[in-house]
Design a protein around this ligand. Structure first.
Ligand SMILES: *[C@@H]1O[C@H](CO)[C@@H](O)[C@H](O)[C@H]1NC(C)=O
Ligand SMILES: *[C@@H]1O[C@H](CO)[C@@H](O)[C@H](O)[C@H]1NC(C)=O
Ligand SMILES: *[C@@H]1O[C@H](CO)[C@@H](O)[C@H](O)[C@H]1NC(C)=O
Ligand SMILES: *[C@@H]1O[C@H](CO)[C@@H](O)[C@H](O)[C@H]1NC(C)=O
Ligand SMILES: *[C@@H]1O[C@H](CO)[C@@H](O)[C@H](O)[C@H]1NC(C)=O
Length: 343
């Protein structure tokens, strides 16, 4: 049995959040205050053994906190969940944690992880070449760069402390130098040198923070996490809605995290002025739920009591009567819908 304390998770979050307000240090990287999080995520798993997926599109994961909760505001202690999650996820783009929580109502039932998604970081010592790379179909967008020195530990080389001493060594042309060579490209090579020496006698290094982004979506579509989404307000049954999405080069939308689900709801709200009932691309095939866009059915947050298969319901609808609700509805109902496609 795990112990539960009365410490509220809100307090815990407040304590850990202060870490990221003005540049912070984790795993030897000190973030310049200009480099801010691309996004923030929160994942909650329950129901015993399940997969807890953190994902960071275009950058890397930095875990803020991981706590076991009993439900409500009550947190529990179980070993050092936080360190485990950090060790397996910090620095990665996607991370699955097999949480191993005993389903025991009243005790620790949920593992709640909050994390930030920060730009990639690449360091190259003076005289060498740096190779920045994004995944297929993505392009580099430089967030911050400096050729100089910010600390005494990076790129120590064979130099003495005298060569490392100036930790305020900044080449003002750094951003332009790197963006000219890298922005908008899938990969690039930059040499760690400059036409003028910003700080003579100091052994320097080129440091780049960058994100990997998908090229923009077509007009009318909204980019999120490397995919493009659109809301169609016409009312169709699930099959006809999917056909419409196919005509547009996509499928009915899937989601793979709370963040994506929340994004889709926001998209509907922005387009329709309310949380309209809408079809998404989930449906039951036999007894197995699947997404029609072919992606893994790896995350779903059914509303309490769902799926209830009432009257042979087997397609996924959200916003039931405007609620923050994932429901299984009869596929012949007519609703608005959300499509997804690649950029
Ligand atoms: C950092 O931010 C400040 C203020 O917004 C800006 O003036 C400066 O150019 C930025 N530096 C870099 C390297 O982006
Ligand atoms: C879950 O915990 C049990 C008991 O501690 C252990 O035997 C089992 O190997 C664990 N499973 C995973 C996937 O970690
Ligand atoms: C970072 O730069 C080094 C060379 O300095 C290179 O070998 C490495 O592949 C780069 N990493 C990434 C992720 O771009
Ligand atoms: C439904 O499941 C069957 C059997 O598992 C499979 O052959 C079929 O391809 C699935 N249908 C779709 C649309 O994936
Ligand atoms: C969806 O509506 C079309 C007519 O637009 C109809 O032919 C089809 O049978 C309907 N499918 C379902 C599952 O209701």
């Amino acid at each position: 049995m795990m112990l539960c304390s009365g410490l509220s998770s809100t307090l815990l979050l407040a304590a850990t959040c202060s870490l990221i307000t003005s540049g912070f240090i984790r795993a030897q990287v000190s973030f310049p205050s200009n480099v801010t999080a691309i996004s923030t995520g929160r994942v909650v798993t329950s129901n015993g053994l399940s997969v807890h997926r953190l994902s960071c599109v275009g950058g890397r994961i930095i875990v803020r906190s991981a706590v076991y909760r009993c439900g409500g505001e009550v947190t529990c202690s179980q070993g050092d969940a936080e360190n485990n999650v950090r060790n397996s996820c910090d620095g990665k783009t996607v991370c699955d944690i097999k949480s191993n929580i005993t389903y025991d109502p009243g005790v620790c039932r949920y593992l709640e992880t909050t994390y930030d998604c920060f730009p990639h970081h690449n360091v190259t010592c003076e005289g060498s070449q740096s190779n920045l790379q994004c995944g297929e179909g993505q392009v580099i967008v430089v967030s911050w760069a400096n050729y100089g020195r910010r600390d005494t530990t990076t790129c120590p080389g064979q130099y003495t402390i005298a060569n490392l001493y100036d930790v305020n060594c900044v080449w003002p042309g750094s951003m332009e130098y790197v963006t000219n060579r890298c922005n908008g490209k899938n990969s690039c090579t930059v040499e760690a040198k400059s036409p003028v020496d910003p700080c003579g006698g100091i052994y320097k290094y080129l440091e780049v923070f960058y994100t990997c982004q998908a090229p923009p979506c077509r007009p009318g579509w909204t980019w999120s996490g490397g995919r493009c989404f659109i809301f169609d307000s016409s009312q169709k049954n699930w099959t006809d809605a999917e056909s419409s999405c196919k005509t547009l080069g996509g499928h009915l939308a899937s989601f793979h995290s709370t963040a994506e689900y929340t994004f889709i709801r926001g998209l509907i709200y922005t387009a329709a002025g309310s949380y309209k009932d809408a079809w998404l691309g989930g449906r039951e095939n036999g007894t197995v739920w699947m997404w029609i866009d072919g992606s893994q059915f790896d995350f779903i947050n059914w509303a309490k009591g769902e799926p209830n298969n009432a009257g042979g319901n087997n397609c996924i609808q959200i916003n039931l009567k405007g609620q923050d609700y994932v429901n299984d509805a009869g596929c012949s109902h007519q609703f608005s819908f959300v499509c997804v496609r690649d950029p």
